[in-house]
Design a protein around this ligand. Structure first.
Ligand code: GLN
Ligand code: ZN
Length: 787
């Protein structure tokens, strides 16, 4: 009783697993390397979980999630729960252990891993379940129940809130959690048919087979004392055909009797929920609560206002799980108060817009971050506090001091001169609705460029980076830490560039690169030199498995105080008589791989970056760099979830790219590079980028790319589909590469084809890169003689 009055109606959808200093990453990698035992790993994991539960409990969160922890991925955890292990992993039934689990995630000596793909429009990746009509399901991982019980056993020291009794009371109450499970319909819709399964197979036809396992798990949770359960059904925000919506209705009707006695939350996130899906969701049997993303879902708010089922709970996701900004508490509170009028005081729960998995962990570990900027931010740990503050305010216990310091931070962000740069604002605003295109068409440009560059047919090049040696990383690190002088640093990098240039000359590559030795990361390198960006020390976000990224924070109007790459590129050009390619990251990729401002539309920020990069392109041209590559590795990645929003995104994204190079002469050759291989649906946009040469990743999907090539033929630009996979240490033979180029030549004119690897070489060793490139050049030369 005494503690419940602190627990207002507050809920967290999910929480980062890695730990504030990536403790899980290091524990996993050490275990995988055989340097520590399974018990060591389990201990780190259990400590992380209990720290999170305690933190939420102490903050006063009422609905605390469990089973959002994972050794790898929550979809893979669901695959384990269902016992849906593909046959090649030789699992013999029973419970799934770490060995089988990690084999599915990462492969083993004998078999490769299962496929991994992006989780909706986040940078998180999940392991795609492989299912077939004959897949057998069994209750093979009781993880959800184990975590629920584990939380219950956690001992917590509650600080009693009664004024007089303000002392620490060692009550071992444990933490009552809401177990979270990926919902059955989203699970199936996120799966793919196993190899060789006939096309007519419908994944949803497996619903009757997986529901019995869900029932077993639910029953066990009930028996363990759970009173709430959360099913994540994010697929509900997608454009779903009616038979898919129907599957939700059927699934929950089937689960209804098992769920009786439990409060059941169906959680959605990442976008507005379409009106039809809203109807389906609010009509589901056995479900008592609905969770919505109200940060991205502004239209969802209208749906709720238009009618919400009586007596059901609304979990209102007003605190952004996808970004690092402090919540505008006053604005959220007024939204919540309005919602309270609709659903009733006791049925409104304050929540996050999505799992906090997609934001950084804790601001406490950012002592070096500028104080003012820090006051504008909230990472996962701070968001937990925000959620609770909102819930308390709703319940009439507003923490005035907290709210007013939040209001002060919001105001400082609005008025800060470091956020606003009038000139940049004006220049970017002028771009909207305009069209920027080079005046001459691509064929004529290529002719002009060829007269200047004089390249052979099937010209060879690479995508930019060369191997990043330990020595190189050390030099960069020491320079950053001011342990070595600028002079020593510049000389070291210069030496590296010279080595890379010589190597390429020896290999007889036609268009050279400087190798990017000065860059730690293709976005960070530019962000560090542009105004409007901030960097964190520990702002890591899980990307897949143990891998994390640390996105820069774009907090202000972006401008370029001075040239960023000209020094290195012209130095590299001075070392060779061959053409040196300048190397830039494009505006869309910089945007998509950063935490972006939430106080202006994405396209405005993108236009600002585009203008900064335009200056860089023009400075490179002035410095005598005749070929400039502008990487847009993440163009496809930024595509919105809903089809209705695709055209708008692609329009401003592609426009931003064109802005960067609209000012160059016909004779300057603009390349772009893209990593992702699902290009078919955006091919027109890629052509609309109007680059002179497009290099793309192609190692795994030749047939799929055929249509892209064909369009390319019509368009006339140069195309360089990667001729070998740089993700693998394997060295392709010259014959193999020649064979591949020949296949391309069957579809493409020889005068537009470029010969290059799939992507940058920075993760490879020189012992792999040298022979591979040697074979690549040999293949190109051989085919030249046969044309
Ligand atoms: N120029 C970059 C490199 O070679 C491109 C990397 C990428 O597209 N991801 O490393
Ligand atoms: Zn790439």
């Amino acid at each position: 009783m005494c503690c419940d009055d602190r627990k207002m109606a507050s809920h967290i959808v999910g929480y980062p697993r890695m730990g504030p200093k990536r403790e899980l990453k290091f524990a996993l990698e050490s275990f995988w390397d055989g340097k520590s035992s399974a018990e060591d790993l389990q201990k780190v994991a259990a400590d992380l979980r209990s720290a999170i539960w305690k933190q939420m409990s102490e903050a006063g969160i009422k609905y605390i999630p469990s089973n959002t922890f994972s050794y790898y991925d929550q979809v893979l955890d669901t695959t384990a729960m269902l016992g849906a292990v593909p046959a090649r992993y030789n699992w013999n039934g029973g419970k799934i252990g770490l060995d089988v689990y990690f084999s599915m995630a990462r492969g083993n000596a004998a078999v490769p891993a299962m496929e991994m793909t992006k989780w909706f429009d986040t940078n998180y990746h999940y392991i795609v379940p492989e299912l077939a009509p004959e897949t057998k399901f069994s209750y093979a991982s009781h993880k959800a129940v184990c975590e629920f019980k584990e939380a219950k056993a956690v001992s917590i020291f509650f600080q009693l809130s009664f004024k007089i009794l303000n002392y620490l009371s060692p009550m071992q109450l444990g933490v009552e959690t809401v177990p979270v499970i990926v919902g059955p319909v989203s699970y199936l819709l996120l799966s793919k048919p196993s190899k060789g399964v006939e096309k007519s197979f419908s994944l949803l036809s497996l619903l009757p087979k997986i529901l019995p396992v869900y029932k077993e798990s639910i029953s066990e949770l009930k028996a363990a004392g759970a009173t709430w359960i959360q099913f994540d059904e994010p697929m509900l925000v997608m454009d779903l055909e009616s038979h898919k919506l129907q599957a939700f209705t059927e699934a929950y009707a089937e689960l209804e009797s098992t769920l009786s006695g439990l409060n059941v939350l169906v959680e959605t996130y990442f976008a507005d929920i379409p009106a039809e899906a809203f109807k389906t969701l609010t009509g589901l049997k056995g479900v008592t609560a609905y969770g919505f993303d109200l940060v991205r879902g502004t239209k969802t708010l209208d749906l709720i206002k238009g009618g919400f089922p009586h007596g059901k709970y609304l979990f209102a996701g007003v605190v952004d799980g996808r970004n690092i900004w402090a919540n505008d508490l006053a604005a959220s509170l007024s939204t919540l108060q309005e919602l309270e009028g609709i659903v009733g005081k006791d049925k409104l729960v304050v929540s996050t817009s999505s799992s906090l998995l997609h934001t950084a962990v804790d601001l406490v570990n950012e002592p070096k971050l500028d104080k003012e900027i820090k006051s504008w931010l909230a990472f996962a740990a701070q968001k937990v506090v925000e959620v609770n503050a909102l819930a308390k305010a709703l319940a009439g216990q507003k923490d005035e001091a907290f709210f007013s310091s939040n209001a002060a931070a919001q105001a400082s962000r609005k008025s800060s001169p470091r956020v606003t740069n009038e000139a940049v604002q004006k220049a970017a605003a002028a771009l909207k609705g305009s069209d920027h295109r080079r005046a001459t068409n691509v064929s004529a440009r290529l002719d002009a460029q060829q007269r200047k560059l004089n390249l052979p047919v099937l010209p060879t090049t690479t995508i930019g980076s060369f191997p990043q040696t330990i020595e190189l990383r050390r030099v960069r690190r020491e320079y950053k830490a001011k342990k070595i002088s600028e002079e020593v640093y510049v000389n070291a990098i210069k030496e590296e560039i010279s080595k890379v240039v010589k190597l390429q000359e020896e290999l007889d590559i036609d268009v050279l690169v400087h190798g990017e030795p000065e860059r730690n990361d293709m976005v960070e390198y530019f962000g560090e030199q542009l105004s409007g960006f901030a960097f964190t020390a520990n702002g890591w976000v899980q990307s897949y498995g143990s891998r994390c990224v640390k996105p820069p924070i774009i907090y202000g109007d972006v401008s370029r105080p001075k040239a960023m790459t000209v020094f290195w590129s012209s130095m590299a050009q001075s070392m060779t008589a061959r053409t040196m390619k300048g190397m830039l990251t494009g505006p869309v990729t910089i945007l998509n791989w950063s935490f972006v401002r939430n106080d202006q539309p994405r396209f405005e920020t993108c236009y600002q970056i585009a203008l900064a990069m335009k200056d860089e392109v023009e400075d490179l041209e002035k410095a005598g760099i005749n070929v400039i590559q502008i990487d847009e590795a993440a163009l496809r990645e930024g595509l919105p979830l809903r089809k209705s929003e695709h055209a708008f995104y692609l329009e401003w994204a592609v426009h931003s790219f064109r802005i960067t190079n609209v000012g160059v002469q016909d004779t300057t050759q603009i390349h772009t590079h893209m990593c992702y291989s699902h290009f078919n649906d955006i091919i027109h946009s890629i052509i609309d980028m109007d680059a002179d040469v497009i290099t793309i990743e192609n190692s795994r999907s030749d047939e799929k790319l055929l249509s892209v090539f064909r369009e390319g033929v019509k368009y006339g630009a140069g195309i360089g589909p990667g001729v070998y996979d740089i993700h693998s240490p394997r060295i392709p033979s010259a014959e193999e590469i020649a064979d591949r180029i020949n296949k391309m030549l069957a579809v493409l004119e020889s005068n537009i084809l470029w010969v290059n690897p799939d992507c940058g070489l920075k993760t490879r060793k020189y012992s792999e890169v040298k022979p591979a490139l040697k074979n690549m050049v040999a293949a190109a030369k051989l085919l030249r003689t046969q044309l």
